[in-house]
Design a protein around this ligand. Structure first.
Ligand code: HEM
Length: 234
């Protein structure tokens, strides 16, 4: 008589995490989600520069803060940031333990400087995100918020006051340079991992990646710089 089979359904998530290609895929998909977030967040934040004393930006922030769908996306956002970090650590650890003795020739020629520095750049971005969340998100969610005449949270005033500090502006500019280098490798690499590696599309993705990784951090850096100049011109 054969013993009854106790067939446990394999957990797809653990299976994906358990294989190298699965981890690379998770890295790419979480990265692409974060690229999407960066684009939407930038469009929202550029409203800070409208000459209406923050009216449009505060209305937008109010909508984003109270919409159930946006709140769910926001939860997913934090989840994907954490997952992106965990999988990157697992991949790096795995690469190192698989190659205890570095091939000086291979590692110097095959991997781009940006790729080798991805972990350092990622760590700088993580430090930036923590400072950023404490400054803005933490205040918006848990702090005492000033109110506009219409009774909305005045997140514009909080942002404007924060960017009076040249140290904070410097941190933003420095972090956006790190973000540009991180994206310049990550963007292309993510598309390559999901299989969009074709003679026809690769040059387009490379160009798009370059434009994105310079343009998006540049516009992000412009916001604190302009708000800081506006403060001094008053
Ligand atoms: C000048 C640049 C930026 C400004 C002015 C800005 C402003 C803000 C503000 C005001 C919030 C709080 C929104 C709210 O909770 O209602 C926020 C949230 C956030 N920011 Fe930024 N941000 C900037 C750049 C960035 C960058 C470059 C990143 C990522 C690398 C980032 C990541 C986040 C995250 C993860 C949140 C939390 C969003 C959520 O609730 O899902 N921000 N930002």
């Amino acid at each position: 008589m054969t013993a009854p089979q106790t067939s446990k359904k394999p957990n797809w998530f653990m299976q994906t995490l358990g294989s190298t290609i699965g981890r690379k895929l998770l890295m790419a998909l979480t990265g692409l989600f974060l690229i999407l977030f960066l684009t939407v967040h930038l469009i929202g934040n550029l409203q800070l520069l409208l000459p209406d004393n923050g009216k449009t930006f505060n209305e937008y922030a109010e909508f984003m803060g109270h919409n159930k769908l946006i709140q769910a996306v926001s939860f997913g956002n934090f989840f994907f940031i954490v997952l992106h970090i965990i999988v990157s650590l697992v991949l790096t650890f795995q690469n190192q333990s698989a190659r205890p003795v570095q091939y000086a020739y291979k590692s110097k020629t095959k991997i781009s400087p940006a790729a080798r520095q991805m972990m350092v750049l990622g760590t700088l971005i993580l430090i930036f995100i923590v400072v950023h969340l404490v400054n803005f998100w933490g205040k918006a969610k848990f702090g005492e918020m000033p109110k506009t005449a219409e009774g909305l949270h005045d997140l514009y005033l909080v942002t404007k006051t924060a960017f009076e500090s040249p140290v904070l502006v410097g941190l933003y500019v420095f972090s956006m340079i790190a973000l540009a280098f991180h994206l310049s490798h990550g963007f292309q690499s993510a598309f390559q991992t999901i299989g969009l590696n074709h003679n026809k599309y690769t040059p387009f993705i490379k160009t798009l990646g370059t434009i994105y990784s310079i343009g998006v951090p540049f516009l992000y850096a412009l916001i604190p710089i302009i708000m800081h100049i506006q403060f001094h011109l008053k």
